[in-house]
Design a protein around this ligand. Structure first.
Ligand code: UD1
Ligand code: UDP
Length: 372
């Protein structure tokens, strides 16, 4: 019998968990062919931004926790480099999977590449063409260093080819974040978060905001006052990311109003149940643009650009710009959005992880990797 191939996956932040969980499940299902090692860098460490997802999505405890925590970009990146290297040397994986575009993604790719370990980038090829976003730098680094580029939308292929990537490295597998959504849908539908939060189904707006360009300065003050204003027309529920909570404190924002509910970040099932029961979503999140596209729910993205144009071209996403004053238009735009016909992109079907594991089965050597 051929030896089992060892796949080591990196998670570090909230959105990484939904992207890796279904791959972990598929690798476990094919446990006679694969061994899976999970490394949590600890970039996110609050329970409601980390463990809760590993538990809900059934991934279980990571095999290694690096505890890198918060810090400047250089500090976070450097801590991953230093702490991951001995783990890779000890575990000796045949491939390292890095999801998404966070600092842990780029740092892990750099660490693995220096040890000559092949890398697979899950969610490759997305580009905002805005290098002021830290995520854009992380995407470019991860793509350049990866041998296996797992894409989920057509423009990702074009972006990679424009950057000189050999087409044979690109694998159009679909969207593993949607795999999680498909797998968890029965639990999401059973949860009934609207009732739990005293909200009438189909009547309210869900908000998430966490990008530095919006929340780390005065635009957040404008955004919050517009949210208070529209909450008079429709209830608003806003699970607040810790970066945003800290910025609210620093800016002296006290946004209490009867119809604007600020929550701590909520778990995956509760969040998607809130989204599913809503009239629509206002966000600057990457993943939520995709989830609302899949669910066919109106999404308004408060950013100057999106690395996920498939969600505006085919889906329900509308790019408002980095313009918090436009929040006032949302109730009217929602009425228009309900008329729009939207499609779900090809291969956003719950089977992306199976395709990824099939690619791994074809591409990984049957002899263990040599680690320098
Ligand atoms: C990071 C990613 C971003 C992603 C987001 C998902 C980078 C550069 N950014 O942004 O792409 O969209 O995660 O949510 O990798 N904090 C806590 N508790 C935690 C984690 C963070 O309080 O568990 C606070 C700290 O004050 C920290 C701040 O949030 O300084 C920012 O955390 P960080 O991981 O640097 O970036 P995010 O804004 O979370
Ligand atoms: N999410 C969640 N609870 C929340 C907010 C978001 O479970 O309070 C989920 C959301 O459904 C999606 C992921 O977190 O699966 C997106 O993470 P985030 O917006 O932090 O990161 P991004 O996608 O912007 O990198």
């Amino acid at each position: 019998m051929a030896p089992r191939r060892k796949v080591l996956s990196i998670v570090g932040t909230r959105p990484n968990m939904m992207k890796i969980a279904p791959i972990a499940a598929e690798l476990a299902r094919r446990g006679d062919e694969f061994e899976h090692v999970l490394v949590d860098t600890g970039q996110h460490y609050d329970r409601e931004l980390s463990e809760i997802f590993l538990e809900e999505l059934g991934v279980g405890e990571p095999d290694y926790s690096l505890g890198v925590g918060s810090g400047s970009h250089a500090q976070q990146t450097a801590r991953v480099l230093e702490r991951l290297e001995p783990v890779l040397l000890e575990a000796g994986p045949d491939v390292v999977l890095v999801p998404g575009d966070v600092n842990s993604t780029a740092a892990a790719a750099l660490t693995a590449s220096k040890l000559l370990i092949p890398i697979g980038h899950v969610e490759a090829g997305l580009r905002s063409f805005d290098r002021t976003m830290p995520e854009e730098i992380n995407r470019i680094v991860a793509d350049q260093l990866s041998e296996l580029l797992f894409i989920h939308s057509p423009e990702a292929r074009d972006n990679l080819i424009d950057e000189g990537v050999f087409e044979g490295r690109i694998h159009d597998v679909g969207n593993t974040m949607i795999d999680s959504l498909v797998a968890m849908r029965p639990r999401i539908e059973a949860f009934d978060a609207p009732t739990e939060h005293g909200l009438e189904r189909g009547s309210y707006l869900v908000v998430t905001l966490h990008r530095p360009a919006l929340v780390d300065g005065p635009l957040l003050v404008e955004a919050m006052s517009r949210l208070v204003e529209i909450a008079e027309e429709m209830p608003v529920v806003f699970p607040v990311h810790p970066r945003t909570r800290a910025a609210m404190g620093a800016l002296g924002i006290e946004s209490a109003s009867e119809h604007l509910t600020l929550l701590d970040p909520v778990g995956y099932v509760e969040f998607l149940s809130l989204v599913e029961g809503s009239a629509g979503v206002l966000t600057d999140s990457g993943g939520i643009q995709e989830e609302t596209t899949y669910l066919g729910l109106p999404c308004f993205t408060l950013r100057a650009n999106t690395e996920r144009p498939v969600t505006t071209a085919m889906g329900t996403n509308v790019l408002l710009g980095l313009a918090p004053e436009r929040i006032s238009e949302v109730p009217a735009l929602l009425a228009e959005a309900r008329e729009k016909e939207a499609k779900v992109p090809e291969r956003w079907d719950g089977r992306a992880s199976q395709r990824i594991v099939d690619v791994l089965a074809r591409h990984l050597p049957e002899t263990p990797a040599v680690v320098a």
